[in-house]
Write a protein that binds this ligand. Structure first.
Ligand code: C2E
Ligand code: MG
Ligand code: MG
Ligand code: MG
Length: 285
């Protein structure tokens, strides 16, 4: 996604390009020390059972509170971390931190962690994850790794080995942002996915209507036949929640239920559920 060959390729000088480059360079340098300086933290967003309203999973989402730049979005620094290889260190840290928090939750609540393709390519990646789980005291079946289809683009043999190794240990896999990439059914057929997360562009935005609804229905239908769970991402309104439930999705995630929250708030949402109070609906918006 470098700005090469795009619509702007004939421009000789684009000040915004220089700004982008400078910012990227800064992010790269600062990201390396951000972990040590304690500027990063893991937030958790609930994934809710659409039938019962109960929290089934929390997805770990990294946040960077930069002393000068303020809060940086993962969309801004994760790509830089991937390009520079920092994602390996960062990813290990995220998995370890998130697993520690999750080990405090009730046994039936799982943790979802996003994985970048580069993390999987690193030697000993699967073992590293299992070690982090052991150190945190989180059983492997309580971890779900979210990967996107970009993972299969380059080295599907290595990917297959990685997924088999972790699946054998009990770790589950979710296919994230489904519908935005090639959406090849081959991946679903060939790899051990337990969940499909339908991208939020099918739930809200300019392309919502009869067609997107039919697509969600078809994916949900396939999910129930294959005994996979279908998660609808980006649910912001009650109408969207009703629509995806009617379409057959079993799980939902989005600001309607809660934004990503710090670990103490995640634990509080679970405690409220345990005490029979209504879930975190809008609690943290
Ligand atoms: P993702 O894995 O698809 O995560 C879902 C994103 O959608 C999150 O953005 C979440 O805050 C946002 N979201 C959730 N509900 C709603 C909603 O109702 N409306 C809208 N508009 N957005 C919603 P976030 O946290 O900014 O993360 C963006 C992406 O960055 C993630 O997409 C994931 O690809 C990546 N990312 C985040 N944390 C990590 C991480 O720890 N490791 C890696 N490798 N990637 C991460
Ligand atoms: Mg995700
Ligand atoms: Mg997603
Ligand atoms: Mg995404």
């Amino acid at each position: 996604h470098a700005k090469v060959g795009g619509r702007n390729q004939l421009r000789f000088f684009d000040p915004s390009m220089t700004r982008d480059l400078v910012r990227k360079k800064e992010i790269e340098t600062e990201l390396r020390s951000a972990i040590l300086r304690d500027e990063l933290s893991i937030f958790f967003q609930p994934i809710v059972d659409l039938k019962t309203g109960r929290i089934r999973t929390f997805e770990a989402l990294v946040r960077w509170f930069h002393p000068e730049k303020g809060e940086l979005r993962p969309d801004e620094f994760i790509p830089v971390a991937e390009e520079t290889g920092v994602i390996i260190t960062l990813g290990n840290w995220i998995t370890a931190q998130a697993a520690k928090a999750a080990a405090q939750w009730p046994d039936d609540v799982t943790l979802a962690v996003n994985l970048s393709p580069l993390q999987i390519r690193a030697p000993g990646a699967a073992l590293g994850i299992l070690n982090a789980l052991r150190d945190a005291g989180l059983p492997p079946h309580r971890l779900e790794l979210e990967v996107t289809e970009s993972l299969f683009m380059d080295d599907s043999e290595n990917t297959a080995r990685f997924m088999q190794e972790l699946s054998a240990a009990g770790v589950n896999f979710a296919l994230d942002d489904f519908g935005t990439g090639y959406s090849s059914l081959g991946y679903i057929n060939n790899f051990p996915f337990k969940k499909i997360k339908v991208d939020r562009s099918f739930v809200s935005g300019p392309h919502i209507g009869r067609k997107s609804d039919a697509i969600i229905r078809a994916v949900a239908e396939m999910g129930s036949t294959l005994e996979m769970e279908i998660v609808a991402e980006g649910l912001e309104t009650v109408e969207q929640v009703q629509a995806v439930s009617a379409a057959g999705c079993t799980l939902g995630q989005g600001y309607y239920f809660s934004r990503a929250v710090p670990d103490f708030l995640a634990a509080m949402l679970l405690a409220q559920e345990r005490d029979g109070l209504d879930t975190g609906k809008r609690l943290a918006s």
